[in-house]
Design a protein around this ligand. Structure first.
Ligand code: ZN
Length: 59
């Protein structure tokens, strides 16, 4: 029998629930980044322009 009473089950260290989103100033599309709590720089998924996020939106 494997040890199914893993105590780490109770406190998942990494929640994939966390998601970050930022709107591209170039094309206005909303880019989402599942798994990221905060993102500072990204390349827009829609127009391919680099975007610097200075103040991430609070949800
Ligand atoms: Zn864009």
């Amino acid at each position: 029998m494997p040890n199914e009473d893993d105590p780490e089950d109770d406190e998942a260290p990494v929640e994939i629930d966390s998601m970050c989103s930022a709107r591209c100033p170039h094309c206005g599309e909303l880019n989402v980044f599942p798994g990221f709590e905060q993102i500072l720089v990204f390349v827009c998924h829609f127009c391919g322009e680099p975007v610097e996020v200075e103040s991430p939106p609070i949800q």
